[in-house]
Design a protein. Structure first.
Length: 447
């Protein structure tokens, strides 16, 4: 499981070259599964569109059908009773309960520092301002397939609660052995103040949140990561509801110099690579010595880890080491790649922070490693992937509010602005607009 070492030019063409999000490489197993389920060779996007349409048209009946076909489980009611959350919490070992509570308190403390302030100004010719209002009802998708993710519950629901969202509905698929979500997910939902939990996964869960069914009220926005089919479903329902973004495979870039500890850097790369066969774990360094030491440490440590099959693919196909001329070039490569997570493991990390233009999160120094951000550092771990850190931000309280513009001009300002508006309206060929302004103005602009 050796990480390949690249020079910068080769890395730009391969390892650091982003595929457009609409260019999908679909594994043969997925294509075969779609053929079996639908009886024809649909693309993943076409398959998702079919599921969305059926849930929109047939509601709960379609949810039961697709849950049975995809998850091997269905029920009369998908909603869990409220006491199921607290019961799950009480079944957890004490140390795990305490860990969830500590993580929750740090996440809440971090997000309560984010300002959410309406403003009103009286010096612009009357009253103008912006009113901050929380979204009324939010849906959270939490994956629960190969590994339950209680951290995603906390990272998504707590910022929503801090923002003032009144109703939080959570959907998560069942475990095959119990036909229920993992206790740790339900316990996290109890701690985070989730109002409703539905045992649903996949595109059908997104459809239920977006359109509503007989038993599941629709939401106003959907957040949370998921697999290819969940991501495609979120993309297709955008506009019917809001979404936080389109989550792709997770990724970490580590920029390190010869002061970094090879064993620690290797451990951090492996922590990223074990997520998923498409996860990317990349080291950028000007130190040939560190590059080779990390390469050896990764191979050595990987042999002792349980998710070796995943690591074998993610390390070979999506990960690597780039040997740069200096740290400046490493920063330039990272900014162009715009990683979800960026780790600065260098002698003077704060010197380089101001040079970072694009990253979901910056982890400063070897003691602030990315795994802490996954669980309990404070910021949400739902971060922009696939290069979207060029224009997007980590999930935060602003994702759960809206701005409402407030306009209450005084008569004199209204007349002045009205004359300007009438002139602009006639320039755009919108005479009715202009006349509406003329009615309130003592002077008429001919345009």
């Amino acid at each position: 499981m050796n990480l390949r070492i690249y020079d910068p030019d080769a890395a730009r063409q391969t390892l650091l070259c982003r595929q457009p999000p609409d260019v999908q490489t679909v594994p043969p197993s997925v294509r075969e599964r779609i053929q079996v389920l639908f009886g024809e060779p649909l693309t993943p996007a076409q398959a998702v569109a079919r599921i969305l349409a059926e849930v929109r048209e047939r509601g709960d009946a379609a949810l039961r059908q697709w849950s049975q076909r995809l998850d091997g489980w269905s029920a009369e009611s998908f909603r869990l009773p409220p006491e199921a959350l607290q019961n799950a919490f009480e079944r957890l070992p004490v140390d795990l309960r305490q860990a969830l509570q500590v993580a929750a308190s740090r996440i809440e403390a971090f997000h309560r520092r984010q300002p959410l302030t309406s403003w009103i100004a009286q010096d612009l010719g009357g009253t103008l301002g912006q009113l901050v209002r929380p979204i009324r009802r939010v849906g959270i998708y939490v994956p629960g397939g190969s590994a339950p993710l209680p951290s995603t519950v906390l990272m998504s629901a707590i910022p929503a609660r801090v923002a003032g969202v009144r109703e939080i509905a959570l959907v998560t698929p069942p475990q095959r052995e119990s036909a229920l979500p993992a206790d740790v997910i339900l316990a996290a939902a109890a701690i985070a103040g989730v109002d409703e939990v539905y045992v649903l996964g996949g595109a059908q869960a997104i459809a239920a949140l977006a359109y509503g069914t007989e038993t599941i009220p629709r939401v106003d926005k959907i957040v949370g990561p998921g697999n290819l089919f969940v991501t495609l479903a979120k993309q297709q329902v955008y506009g019917v509801v809001g979404i936080d973004g389109l989550a792709g495979p997770t990724e970490t870039v580590i920029i390190a110099d010869d002061t970094a500890r090879p064993e620690w850097v290797a451990a951090d790369l492996l922590a990223q690579a074990e997520h998923d066969v498409l996860a990317a774990a990349i080291l950028l360094t000007p130190s040939p010595t560190l590059a080779h030491q990390v390469q050896q440490a990764v191979a050595r440590q990987a042999e002792t880890l349980p998710r070796r099959e995943i690591l074998a693919l993610s390390l070979v196909e999506r990960s690597g080491i780039v040997l740069t001329r200096d740290l400046e070039e490493a920063i330039t490569l990272s900014n162009a790649y715009a990683p979800e997570h960026l780790n600065l493991v260098v002698a003077d990390p704060w010197r380089w922070v101001e040079k970072i233009e694009s990253a979901g999160g910056i982890f400063v120094g070897e003691r602030s490693y990315e795994v802490l951000g996954d669980y309990a550092a404070g910021p949400s771990h739902v971060m922009p992937t696939g290069g979207s850190a060029r224009f997007a931000s980590p999930l935060n309280v602003w994702d759960f509010v809206r701005l409402i513009s407030l306009v209450a001009l005084d008569p004199q300002t209204a007349e002045e602005v009205g004359r300007v508006s009438a002139c602009l309206a006639r320039a755009e060929g919108l005479e009715a607009h202009a006349r509406a302004a003329d009615l309130r103005s003592s002077e008429v602009c001919a345009g």
